[in-house]
Design a protein around this ligand. Structure first.
Ligand SMILES: [Zn+2]
Length: 357
């Protein structure tokens, strides 16, 4: 296990050294374009009812959406969001979260997409254990995984994330995203919803790995970005072979590529495949008890995007033409294909144009 991570360390250090500044600028541009895209449809939401907001400092009502806690054994529990785009109708329950009840406390992985969803998850935790919340680990700072953080912090958890998230947290992109979410997702995300800064940063000391301990349980946090985001981290439990993979792994839907560095995302997935986890908890979609093929599906999708769009970019073929004749048959039956595949392909086309220069 440690040897694997040591090899991983070397590989990731090499990748970090090869990171070019033009590529980083492109990433920022794409991040901005993605964050601005959903702004316009939000205006069509009906006006919120008078007096529907909470007063500041009051714990939110719990979300009423169906949330089934799956007991995976060994004190590990998982909730699975819908395979859908976030909306007020689904209360933004579109991502997964998990918690581990260890001897002496609870560790939560990801915080769901609104304070009411987190409140609901907290109620579920309290049905199972009175033990204190010790940590809320954030796999990455995308809206659907972080807007519940304030609930877990108020309940006593220390928020943990990778230091690469710092740039996003203080950015205009984060502010614009939150402003858009407050409209699109009202009343689940409202003026009391905040982007919470971590209490504990992985990577602040230059180390890309950190172990959190609760009683006899160990949680190995490992930075695997930049890939889906710059700050992606995974949580591995060596004693059980359980891997919380965040949005490095999507199941039962088309991945959201956004401003991802898909080349490094593929490399990170290869490291996860080599780790041979027994069970994988993805950021979206069901738990995988057969991780290799499930990890490979996300990998193959990214690879297909890069090959098809890379060839078009190298041949100076216009995007629309390339998109039209690309064979999408392997992926088009997956949920959200129509909603996100074209945007994923376009972002990859721009990325490949830039990589070809
Ligand atoms: Zn996500």
């Amino acid at each position: 296990m440690n040897a694997l991570f040591a090899a991983w360390n070397q590989r990731m250090a090499a990748l970090a050294r090869s990171c070019g500044s033009r590529r980083q600028r492109l990433g920022m541009l794409l991040a901005l374009s993605i964050s601005l895209l959903p702004l316009s449809p939000a205006r069509s939401q009906p006006a919120p009812p008078e007096g529907a907001t909470r007063s500041a400092g009051v714990a939110p009502e719990a979300a009423s959406v169906k949330m089934t806690v799956q007991n995976l054994g060994g004190g590990v529990y998982f909730v699975q969001g819908e395979s859908a785009m976030g909306s007020a109708a689904n209360q933004n329950f579109i991502s997964n979260a998990a918690f581990v009840v260890a001897d002496g406390g609870v560790l939560v992985v990801d915080a769901l997409g609104s304070p009411p969803l987190a409140q609901r998850l907290l109620q579920e935790i309290r049905r199972i254990t009175p033990l204190p919340l010790r940590y809320a680990v954030v796999t990455h700072y995308h809206a659907d995984h972080i807007y519940g953080l304030q609930v877990f912090r108020a309940a006593g958890a220390r928020v943990v994330a990778h230091v690469a998230a710092r740039e996003y947290i203080g950015s205009d992109v984060a502010r614009q995203r939150l402003a858009a979410s407050r409209e699109e997702l009202f009343p689940w995300v409202d003026e009391h919803t905040e982007v919470v800064e971590p209490d504990l940063w992985l990577g602040a000391d230059g180390q890309e790995e950190m172990t959190l301990k609760i009683g006899r349980s160990e949680f190995l946090l490992r930075h695997v970005g930049p890939s889906h985001t710059r700050e992606d981290l995974v949580v591995y439990m060596p004693q059980t072979g359980l891997l919380f993979a965040g949005d490095l792994v999507f199941r039962d839907r088309i991945p959201f590529v956004g401003q991802a560095d898909s080349g490094r995302w593929i490399a990170a997935l290869d490291r996860l495949i080599a780790l041979q986890p027994r069970t994988v908890l993805p950021g979206h979609g069901p738990v995988s008890q057969d991780p290799a093929p499930d990890l490979r599906l996300t990998r193959d999708y990214l690879d297909h995007l890069r090959r098809s769009m890379g060839e078009a970019a190298r041949n100076l073929e216009p995007f629309e033409e390339a998109y039209a004749h690309t064979d999408w048959s392997r992926f088009e039956a997956l949920p959200l294909f129509r909603a996100v595949n074209r945007m994923n392909a376009y972002n990859t086309y721009l990325l490949m144009e830039n990589e070809a220069r």
